[in-house]
Write a protein that binds this ligand. Structure first.
Ligand code: ADP
Length: 193
């Protein structure tokens, strides 16, 4: 089987700091890969490289067997890569639906989207942290990604919402979606990946 994503010797330096030092990894279709490491280990940098918001100094990236040059998040989305960020990137004064529409291809029918959102017209500013996280996750899922990256998504989720997220991730994995899951929590790794 061809890996969904393959990194070969990816290196990123910030001045004298080596954030990523010759990282190589493979994620197969349907695989859930957890990335664990202390603060400053370089996890976010690596994910930003895969999502095209940071450019590596060295190394190669292959997606579905093809060498790719991911130079922007738009490039990543085009390949089928979606990312849920640790820090929210929602527009607080817009509604849940408007935020999700911004991440969708042009021509997406807002009426179709409404069916998928619990409270599409809620203003994000009025939502709890857990609810905002769910809007973010939904926004990523509605793009039908081939590779979903979640950067420490669980810190603001209730235990119930966490179980719902894990169930969704297992379902996606069984459908062949590859998942990279960043966490600090060993129990989450044991349960999921
Ligand atoms: P993690 O996500 O594992 O906490 P990061 O990828 O955020 O780690 O950071 C890895 C290292 O790179 C750290 O030493 C951090 O200070 C440094 N770093 C990350 N981003 C930048 C940046 N934009 N400019 C300078 N240094 C950075």
């Amino acid at each position: 089987m061809i890996p969904r994503l393959k990194l070969v010797n990816v290196t990123k330096r910030y001045g004298s700091t080596v954030a990523n030092d010759a990282i190589s990894l493979e994620v197969m279709p349907g695989e859930i890969l957890s990335v664990l490491g202390e603060n400053g280990a370089g996890k976010s940098t690596l994910m930003k490289i895969i999502f095209g918001s940071v450019t590596p100094d060295e190394g190669e990236i292959y997606f579905d067997g093809r060498k790719v040059n991911i130079s922007s998040p738009a490039d990543a989305r085009e390949l089928g890569i979606a990312m849920v960020f640790q820090h929210f990137v929602l527009f607080e004064t817009l509604t849940a639906k408007e935020n999700i529409l911004l991440g969708m291809p042009e021509g997406t029918d807002p009426k179709e989207l409404e069916k998928e959102i619990i409270d599409p017209n809620a203003i994000v500013n009025d939502l709890s942290m857990g609810e905002r996280q769910r809007v973010e996750i939904l926004r990523a899922l509605l793009t039908n990604p081939k590779l979903l990256i979640l950067d420490e998504p669980t810190s603001v989720l209730s235990p119930l919402a966490l179980q719902a997220l894990f169930k969704t991730l297992r379902q996606l994995s069984s459908e062949g979606v590859s998942i990279i899951f960043i966490t600090h929590k060993l129990n989450e790794i044991r349960e999921l990946s």
